[in-house]
Design a protein around this ligand. Structure first.
Ligand code: UT7
Length: 383
């Protein structure tokens, strides 16, 4: 496990590279036609306005945490490290099952990542890029060697299924990456994290602490507690502005030109937003990764899911410059430039012994949980 160095001690340059990735999507698919069966809408309207054809919806036995866990296991497999090698687990989410314990702590327990700190991060659809930046900074500062950053959501649980302006947009899923320290230059080069809280009411999910809720079960703007509301047109205008602006800023910080970007992996909210951003930046739309058609908007999960698919489709090569950009509730937005530095999946050979060790650790996690709970019970009955 990494330790902070005392001030003034000898340090060599450290870089933060993505070395593992994974995704998890619920099996159940809901098409536009399925939605048209219970609200007044149709496939043509949804596809023309958003680019979405279908989304995945969690089964009742699935949760944000189970999706996060499945994506995390894949990411550890690709990175070929043990859960006990992890120093930090961050889950970016707006759909945690609990205020606390955090989703990250649930994942930490299930993985048996006994050396890791764990916390959830709330920055809506920008959350994954926020988390990646925090983890990269911690790695470069020397206090973390290996971090797991996850974006996971069950948006279906906070949708008002009678509101056709929002229920057509969202889906469930999770994506995860392992970020590791390396002395190879590259990895996370720059980032721009921003917020404009004055626009908070444009995209909101009132929750347990909502002052309005003390009077009635209705939150900000007359919206239901725990249900999403959005001023779609306003958010659309905000998104098209910040995507191009923040990518330009992140390029300047990374000392590259916008033309040097090989692939943009944007938050998957609406294909028209990507078209507008590509026009503004003067980048060919073909350089924008898009899978919104199949998954809809999975909020904090959309960027890591799209990253996984870009890798699977061999759209990322070693030394490519990748731009990540997220935007959403808060309002928040975030851009990041990464110089890709890990071998292509085909060149990676997971070690058999480590794979077996991981499986043993997952099994042990359950036993460890039972043992700890039992010990706590015994201790409190003896007090
Ligand atoms: O992840 C967070 C970031 N989120 C986003 O970036 C989302 C940004 N916003 C958007 O993607 C778009 O604003 C939407 C897709 C949500 C809406 O598209 P729009 O082109 O802005 O449509 P609109 O809200 O202006 O509605 C146009 C019309 C309205 O009818 P009238 O008033 O013109 O008669 C709506 O009532 O379309 C109607 N409408 C629908 N019709 C059929 C709204 N929703 C639907 C629907 N099916 N599902």
């Amino acid at each position: 496990m990494a330790q902070s160095s005392p001030p003034g001690s000898e340090t060599t340059a450290r870089f933060a590279h993505i070395t593992g990735w994974g995704k998890a999507l619920p099996e159940q698919v809901m098409t536009n036609d399925d939605i048209a069966a219970f609200v007044e809408t149709n496939d043509d309207w949804i596809f023309t306005r958003t680019g979405i054809r279908q989304r995945h919806i969690a089964h009742e036995a699935e949760s944000t945490a189970t999706l996060a866990y499945n994506a995390a296991r894949q990411a550890l497999e690709v990175a070929d490290i043990l859960p006990t090698d992890l120093d930090m687990i961050i889950v970016a989410t707006s759909t945690a099952e609990h205020i606390f314990p955090s989703t990250a702590s649930q994942v930490q327990d299930w993985l048996n990542a006994s050396e890791a700190g764990a916390f959830d991060l709330s920055a809506a659809c920008s959350g994954f890029v926020y988390g990646l930046q925090l983890a990269a900074d911690s790695i470069r500062a020397g206090s973390t060697d290996a971090a797991l950053v996850i974006g996971a959501e069950t948006m279906s649980r906070i949708i008002d299924w009678t509101d056709r302006s929002t229920c057509i947009l969202f889906g469930d899923g999770a994506g995860a990456v392992v970020l590791r320290a390396s002395d190879t230059p590259g990895g996370v080069l720059s980032s721009v994290l921003r917020s404009d809280g004055a626009g908070g009411d444009l995209l909101a999910v009132p929750s347990v602490g909502s002052i309005d809720a003390k009077e009635s079960p209705v939150g900000v703007n007359g919206n239901q507690l725990y249900k999403i509301s959005m001023a779609g047109g306003e958010v659309f205008k905000f998104a098209t502005r910040v995507v191009s602006e923040s990518i330009e800023q992140a390029c300047r910080l990374a000392r590259i030109q916008v033309e040097d970007i090989d692939l943009v992996i944007p938050h998957q909210a609406n294909r028209r937003i990507l078209q507008a951003a590509a026009r503004k930046l003067g980048i060919d739309l073909a350089k924008f990764m898009s899978n919104v058609e199949r998954y809809g908007n999975t909020s904090a999960a959309s960027i890591p899911i799209a990253l996984c698919e870009a890798i699977e489709q061999r759209r990322i090569q070693s030394r490519d410059h990748i731009a990540l950009v997220g935007f959403g509730g808060g309002l928040t937005w975030a851009s990041m430039i990464i110089r890709w530095g890990v071998p292509k999946p085909s060149e990676q050979h997971g070690s058999l012994i480590k794979r077996q060790q991981r499986h043993v650790q997952y099994r042990l996690a359950r036993l460890r949980r039972l043992r700890r709970r039992m010990a706590r019970r015994l201790q409190s009955s003896g007090d």
